[in-house]
Design a protein around this ligand. Structure first.
Ligand code: ADP
Ligand code: ASP
Ligand code: MG
Length: 421
């Protein structure tokens, strides 16, 4: 008997019909002789709708209460799914994150899993039932409070359970056929990737390809959990995420894909004294707000004034906090002004072949230039080149780069559900 962990994203359980469809699929897996643990996200755009509601009653909702609110979304879908399975004559037991033993640190809104103790899930399986676990949520032992794992965190719940329970497979069901060379909503010519390494998937996820959440990929890599990302709307084979296998390495293209991210903003600190220690001081204050930043650019300082400008990108939803913190330390830091720009977007080209193939940057920047795209910031890793551009030019930019690297497929990629929100 195999143990299968199946995770269904919000677009796969968006309404009653979808929940019944997913329930039938789960029952089929059970009837084939497997033990089944299901992780489910909130229905459709529920999490976004709850966030909107919270913002209507409070400009900066208390983090503890926000987690309490958001976890309600997964509670609804898990119970409905268990009911639908029961209507097909199989027992299903739903569990909240804390009931399922998802123990986290105490960081509200972005908690890390520190331990998984799925005793009740195991008991349910032993009793012949299907276990349904609410994704995206956990519990902190010290505070006794409910936490959430960050947007997209149901993926992490699934991988953590699969690792803790030593599952034979961890299937991530979503609204596209797998991991594509780019977001199929933006690039219809994108094609499905059959096999991708953890390393490449981490870079794509970090650069905004939300089909898998970055922490889930990290967890999978650390614990060697093989992932199968596939559509819940058909039975096609999806994308395998694992270490590089000899077969896969034979046919590896230089470039894996292009990812985009519209969720970031840019802060420019104007007129910072160009003396040792200023950047350290600045970024210590940013870190104190619990914000991770991605790209940083420092201008050459003007000889006459000895002042320089430092720009960096950060998640838009942390913008107000960081601006306030920097403004409060204006005197200590000695800068002249702050600029905030939320009309930027990031585009990243990812591929392990960059290490060994010269000319990738040249082709990348030529493609952007020919499409008339202006570049504002650049960063690289060993297997990624990222740029910041204007958000309104992003879609043209990603299509141009996709074409320039020969990634375009003949047919059009299908998106089966979801709103892309
Ligand atoms: P779920 O609700 O199942 O978790 P998400 O909306 O989080 O689904 O992720 C699936 C979406 O990710 C797709 O509908 C697609 O628009 C987007 N996406 C972005 N980049 C990629 C990519 N490289 N491959 C596949 N999908 C991608
Ligand atoms: N419902 C949560 C979100 O929308 C978690 C998830 O879907 O993975 O972010
Ligand atoms: Mg998701």
């Amino acid at each position: 008997m195999s143990l299968v962990v199946q995770k269904f994203g919000g677009s796969s359980v968006a309404d009653a019909e979808s929940i019944k469809r997913v329930a039938r699929r789960i029952v089929d897996t059970k009837k084939a002789g497997n033990d089944v643990v299901v992780v489910v996200s909130a229905m459709g755009d529920t999490t976004d709708d709850l966030l909107d509601l919270a913002n209507q009653v409070a400009p900066i909702p208390p983090a503890r209460e926000l987690d309490m609110l958001l976890t309600a979304g997964e509670r609804i879908s898990m119970a409905l799914l268990a009911m639908a399975i029961a209507s097909y004559g199989h027992e299903a037991r739903s569990f909240t994150g804390s009931q399922a033993g998802m123990i986290t640190d105490e960081v509200h809104g972005n908690a890390r899993i520190v331990d998984v103790t799925p005793r009740r899930v195991e008991e349910a399986l032993a009793a012949g039932a299907i276990a349904i676990v609410a994704g995206f949520q956990g519990f902190n032992r010290r505070t006794g409070d409910i936490t959430t794992l960050g947007r997209g965190g149901s993926d992490t719940t699934a991988v953590a359970l699969a690792a803790a329970m030593n599952a034979d497979v961890c299937e991530i069901y979503t609204d596209v056929d797998g991991v594509f060379t780019s977001d199929p909503r933006v690039v219809p010519a994108a094609h499905k990737i059959d096999h991708i390494t953890y390393e490449e998937m981490l870079e794509l996820a970090a650069a905004g390809a939300k089909v898998l959440y970055i922490r889930a990929v990290e967890f999978a890599r650390r614990n060697q959990v093989r992932l199968h990302v596939r559509s819940s709307f058909n039975h096609k084979e999806g994308t395998i995420v694992s270490d590089l296998t000899p077969e896969a390495s034979m046919e590896k293209p230089v470039i894996t894909g292009v990812a985009t991210d519209k969720s970031e903003a840019k802060i420019t600190v104007v007129g910072v004294p160009d003396v040792p220690g200023k950047a350290a001081d600045l970024f210590t204050r940013v870190a104190a707000e619990g914000v991770s930043i991605d790209m940083i650019v420092q201008n050459v300082s003007a000889a006459a004034t000895g002042l320089t400008d430092i720009s960096f990108t950060l998640p838009k939803d942390r913008g107000a906090r960081v601006l306030a913190a920097l403004d409060a330390s204006k005197e200590d830091l000695g800068f002249q002004a702050l600029q905030y720009d939320d009309q930027i977007a990031k585009l990243a080209l990812v591929g392990a072949g960059m290490r060994t193939h010269p000319g990738v940057s040249a082709r990348f920047f030529t493609a952007l230039a020919e499409a008339g795209i202006n570049i504002e910031m650049i960063t690289t890793s060993e297997i990624r080149i990222s740029v910041v551009t204007r958000v309104d030019t992003l879609d043209d930019a990603v299509r141009a780069v996709h074409t320039a690297f020969g990634l375009d497929a003949d047919g059009e990629a299908v998106v089966y559900g979801g709103t892309g929100r």
